[in-house]
Design a protein around this ligand. Structure first.
Ligand code: ATR
Length: 269
């Protein structure tokens, strides 16, 4: 039996345990996946000491640790370095390597509507850590990307790093997107009546993803559906970043549809 888990603060609402337990069950694995609630001031000791003492073979990393964890690891891959965030740790013989699978999660989620983002014009709302991974994934897929954020400086900094355009949210009508991806927490439970987008912006056939999955249908998604946009469910990014984590830890693909079933059951409860 080996131990895996998710480290964050707070962590009790994470749906990763259900998702990974479903994946372990399908392969008759006796590994365990636990929640590790670690406060920011405890992170260094947890990563540098506890992970090898316990030992923990693999970690998912979530808010607020994705950036702060980097100096405590032995190495990180080039994608995590470019994004500036780690959401996955693999412990190989006591050496901790960091990866970022959020960008792959976003890219695979977009494939849900048929194709990837190659040649498309993608508008990303927000310029935080989630936006960085999503924007990186879109650029890797060959999309043209504009990052729109409440605070222009932050959009500009991310855009300069990744070779994108930057603007404020209030200029959204200047950027008619093939694909719109919402990466902020606006619209998340309990503030379910908030949306950053004027419904007139949505056009028939536009591909829309809101990475908020609680509620499954945000106000933004409801309004995009009304305008006959094609919707990528936000939970798909969580699913596919987890699928890739499984591949990193175990060197094989999970039964992703079983992970999805478990995730949807948790989301609906
Ligand atoms: P994460 O790592 O989850 O992306 P973050 O780094 O704190 O979190 O980034 C949050 C993002 O949501 C930012 O783009 C933030 O905009 P600012 O840079 O202007 O702060 C955006 N955001 C959060 N609340 C918002 C709100 N009420 N309206 C508009 N944007 C908001």
């Amino acid at each position: 039996m080996s131990l895996y888990g998710v480290v964050g603060y707070p962590i009790k609402h994470s749906m990763s345990p259900q998702m990974f337990e479903a994946a372990f069950y399908e392969y008759n694995m006796d590994d365990e996946y636990r929640l590790f609630q670690i406060a920011p001031e405890e992170l260094e000791n947890f990563i540098k000491k506890d992970v090898n003492d316990i030992p923990i073979k693999g970690l998912s990393v979530t808010i607020p640790h994705k950036e702060k964890i980097i100096p405590f690891l032995d190495s990180i891959d080039k994608h995590a370095a470019a994004i500036g965030a780690v959401n996955t740790v693999h412990n190989v013989n006591g050496k901790l390597k960091g990866y970022n699978t959020d960008w792959i999660g976003a890219t695979r989620a977009m494939e849900f509507v048929g194709k990837d983002c190659e040649g498309k014009f993608v508008v990303i709302l927000g310029a935080g850590g989630a936006a960085a991974a999503v924007a990186y994934g879109c650029v890797q897929s060959g999309a043209r990307v504009a990052i729109l954020n409440r605070t222009l400086e932050r959009a500009q900094a991310l855009a300069d790093k990744l070779g994108c355009q930057a603007d404020t949210l209030s200029n959204i009508f200047k950027y008619p997107a093939h694909v719109l991806i919402q990466t902020t927490s606006v619209g998340m439970y309990p503030n379910i009546n908030a949306s950053l987008v004027d419904p007139d912006y949505f056009k028939k056939g536009m591909i829309v993803m809101d990475i908020v999955y609680n509620p499954i249908e945000t106000k933004l998604v409801r309004e995009a559906k009304r305008a006959e946009c094609r919707i990528v469910p936000g939970y798909k990014m969580l699913l596919y970043q987890g699928e890739k984590q499984f591949e990193i830890w175990f060197g094989k693909k999970p039964r992703t549809e079983k992970m999805e079933e478990a995730l949807l059951t948790s989301l609906n409860n």
